[in-house]
Each structure stands twice: as structure tokens, then as C-alpha cells.
Write a protein that binds this ligand. Structure first.
Ligand SMILES: *Cc1c(COP(=O)(O)O)cnc(C)c1O
Length: 227
């Protein structure tokens, strides 16, 4: 791994661009979400100084502690499970939530976004492996819930997000990434609602995710170091 944060960011951007080109996809069609959880605001400021503006946090308390210490030009996404009682606190600070994992949470975000007059972007989290340790809609229930989700007019539903079961070999995650893309295609066909976003791929498998259609990759340790 290149030794400075700047080197690692450049290397990551190159690898993202190369995978995007290899997949025959337009340059710039994949965004890098720099996952800064557990790392201090000072390190985020360093990454921001090299031009990275988009950061992801997985816990509301931690995000709220760091965001005020950093330039207001940075953009923040929430990627971890969100409890309903924290929606009101975090909503004004994040432009997207990747972890909308139930109909109830979506309804609660709709209600609070209405009160706060906000239009948050969201991804619907899908639990592909039906893992009991992970939250998310199952691939079977999402088609049933999507029509109601689409009536929640405060939510800009960008697409789907998944964290496939961890595999030592990134190639082994390819079927899961393809499955998320196919589910997206099926849902678009069913509802005629475009779902362009696919939030998938992390430090060790983002290139495979890009080849399978990821539009935003969530990369933590390959950028900031081991946690
Ligand atoms: C921590 C985290 C990541 C980043 O994981 P790395 O392996 O460090 O790149 C991505 N997505 C979610 C939801 C996370 O919690």
C-alpha cells in the first residue's frame, strides 16, 4: 500500500478509473466515497486537502462529532444502520443515506424530512446473503415494498446498496454484485422508476464491483489504513 494518504488517494483514483474503463463505462461514472469511520477529523482534513470532498461515516454520534470540525464544503453520506430516534439529528448534515433497510425506517425518514423540509437521497439496503447478522430488505420482499417506498415523496431513491458476505477472494463476490444489478434492473422494469445508483464494493473488492456496475464505492481501509 502506498505510504502517504495523498499517494493512496491517487492510487485509488487510478484503480477506479482503470476498472471503469475496463468495464467499458464512461470516465467519471463511479464516485469514491471515502469511509472515514474511526479516523480523526485531522486525517479527513488531510484527505480533503488533496481534493476528496465525499466522505462516509457509519455512526451518527461519530459523524456529528466530526462534521462541525471540518470545512462546510465537504459532503457526507451515512452508511451504517440508522435508528429512527437519530434521524432528526443527522438528516440536516448528510446528503445521502446508504443504509435504508426497512419500510419503517423509510416512513420515519419521510415524516421527519417533511418536518425539516429536506429531500434526502437514499439507497435501499439489500441483504443479499439473507445473513441474520445484517439488516436490509431481502431480494424477495423489496419488489413487494417498492411501490409504497416510491410514494414517499420526500425520499429521492437513487438505487440499491449491499454489503455481500465477506469473501477472501474478491472474485467470489462477483455473483453477489451481479445479483444486486439484476435486482435493480428487475425493479426498474416493474415500476418504471429509474434506480441508477448501485452502492457496492469496499477496499478489497471495489474493482469487481465496478465491473458489475457500481456507481459509488465505499472505501475505508485502503485509503485511511487498517482500523
Ligand atoms: C466500514 C465500511 C466500509 C468500508 O470498508 P473497508 O473495507 O474499510 O473499505 C464500507 N461500507 C460500510 C457499510 C462500512 O461499514
Amino acid at each position: 500500500m502506498p505510504s502517504t494518504l495523498t499517494d493512496r488517494l491517487h492510487s485509488l483514483r487510478t484503480r477506479i478509473a482503470t476498472a471503469t474503463a475496463r468495464a467499458g463505462r464512461p470516465a467519471g461514472s463511479v464516485e469514491l466515497l471515502a469511509v472515514s469511520k474511526t479516523f480523526p477529523a485531522s486525517l479527513i482534513a488531510e484527505a480533503a486537502a488533496t481534493g476528496q470532498t465525499l466522505f462516509g461515516e457509519n455512526r451518527v454520534q461519530e459523524a456529528l462529532a466530526k462534521i462541525p470540525k471540518l470545512p462546510p464544503t465537504l459532503r457526507w453520506h451515512l452508511i451504517g444502520h440508522l435508528q429512527s430516534n437519530k434521524i432528526r439529528k443527522i438528516l440536516p448534515y448528510v446528503e445521502a443515506i446508504h443504509s435504508v433497510d426497512s419500510l419503517k425506517l423509510a416512513r420515519d425518514i419521510q415524516r421527519i424530512a417533511t418536518e425539516l423540509d429536506l429531500h434526502p437521497a437514499i439507497y435501499l439496503e439489500v441483504n443479499l446473503g439473507q445473513e441474520s447478522s445484517k439488516s436490509g430488505f431481502s431480494a424477495d420482499t423489496l419488489p413487494i415494498h417498492l411501490p409504497e417506498l416510491l410514494t414517499l415523496d420526500r425520499l429521492r431513491i437513487l438505487g440499491l446498496m449491499a454489503i455481500p458476505p465477506w469473501q477472501p477472494d474478491p472474485e467470489a463476490s462477483r455473483p453477489a454484485f451481479a445479483q444486486l444489478r439484476q435486482l435493480r434492473d428487475q425493479l426498474t422494469h416493474q415500476t418504471h422508476h429509474p434506480l441508477p445508483g448501485l452502492s457496492m464494493g469496499m477496499s478489497h473488492d471495489f474493482e469487481v464491483a465496478i465491473e458489475e456496475g457500481a456507481t459509488i464505492v465505499r472505501v475505508g481501509s485502503a485509503l485511511f489504513g487498517e482500523r
